[in-house]
Design a protein around this ligand. Structure first.
Ligand code: DON
Length: 304
């Protein structure tokens, strides 16, 4: 398979489309991003790499980091975490509060903002310095000590973070947040602010395609059974109320962020990251979805 040629052909096809969607303006710093940037990077488990467009430019990975924080909590606490957060798709937007009251403060899944806040709470109870511990974990996955939080994004999110504050306090009222909500939100905003390029993202997520082992040094991050479960969660919940659509069109586990990034995993083959900041009405990158639909169709490489 000549992946480089396939990436370039699809890239050109998509670029000929009339751009639709808008950048995530509810976080003021993200509203400043040039919407026309577009990059793709693919890494195979044989460590072959292919890139096109702005694949080395860093962007705010936003909710994509929810997979990595979940992975760390799962690695350390195992199945216990499912007592505090569910594994069902919600069919609601990422920042929705509606189901939480019926569900007594147990978020439907760890990728909704409420679920990610509970995971942050678990990490805060685990580490004396959770912010540094999670960053170290991600740097190790990426084999890259230069990944960082972006203070301007953290401040920007905090300034408009009323919904996340409401979620955190509401969940605490059901005793499913144990720490001070301000500390939980601070960790959450930091995790959303991490900046990575498509190249860095596809390398970092490659262990999900390799039964939970890093390809670079063989280190086991999750055992194969747990890797299966997180891939399943990405497939069923990674795109919120558009998860069905993503499975239908792309057919891979994946995760989006409102910075316009998408990571997708083909178990035992590759991981692929796409970035285009214009979002559709569900908060997922429009060109990212379009690109991946064409990619898995032309390469006949979805999991189905
Ligand atoms: O909390 C928020 O609203 C953002 N920091 C993250 C949301 C997000 O990326 C949802 N993904 N599509």
């Amino acid at each position: 398979m000549d992946y480089q040629k396939v990436l370039e052909t699809i890239y050109q096809t998509i670029q000929q489309q009339q751009p639709t969607g808008t950048v995530a303006a509810y976080i003021p710093e993200l509203a400043k991003v040039n919407p026309d940037q577009f990059g793709v990077h693919l890494t195979t488990i044989q460590q072959e790499e292919y890139g096109v467009g702005d694949f080395q430019k860093r962007f705010s990975i936003q909710s994509i980091s929810k997979v990595l924080s979940l992975c760390l909590a799962y690695q350390l606490h195992g199945t216990e975490i499912w007592n505090r957060v569910g594994v069902e798709p919600s069919g609601t937007p990422f920042n929705s509060l509606v189901q939480l009251e019926y569900d007594l403060g147990i978020p439907r899944n760890p990728f909704m903002n409420g679920g990610a806040l509970v995971i942050c709470d678990i990490l805060l109870s685990t580490f004396p310095d959770a912010k540094n511990a999670v960053l170290d974990f991600i740097r190790d996955l990426a084999d890259n000590p230069n990944l960082n939080y972006a203070p301007a994004i953290v401040a920007s999110e905090r300034s408009t973070g009323n919904r996340n504050q409401a979620l955190c306090h509401f969940i605490k009222s059901f005793n499913n947040i144990h720490n001070n909500p301000e500390d939980v939100l601070d960790l959450y905003f930091h995790l959303c602010s991490i900046e990575m390029s498509c190249e860095e993202l596809s390398r970092t997520f490659l262990f999900f395609a390799n039964n939970g082992c890093k390809v670079t040094d063989g280190k086991e991050i999750l055992n194969p059974s747990r890797t299966k479960r997180l891939n399943a969660l990405m497939l069923t919940c990674g795109f919120y109320d558009e998860s069905g659509d993503f499975a239908f069109k792309v057919g891979l586990p994946g995760k989006s962020g409102v910075g316009g990034g998408i990571i997708a995993i083909h178990p035992e083959k590759y991981s692929i990251a796409v970035w285009s900041p214009r979002l559709n009405t569900k908060g997922n990158s429009q060109w990212g979805m379009d690109f991946l639909e064409l990619f898995t169709t032309r390469t006949a490489s979805s999991i189905f």
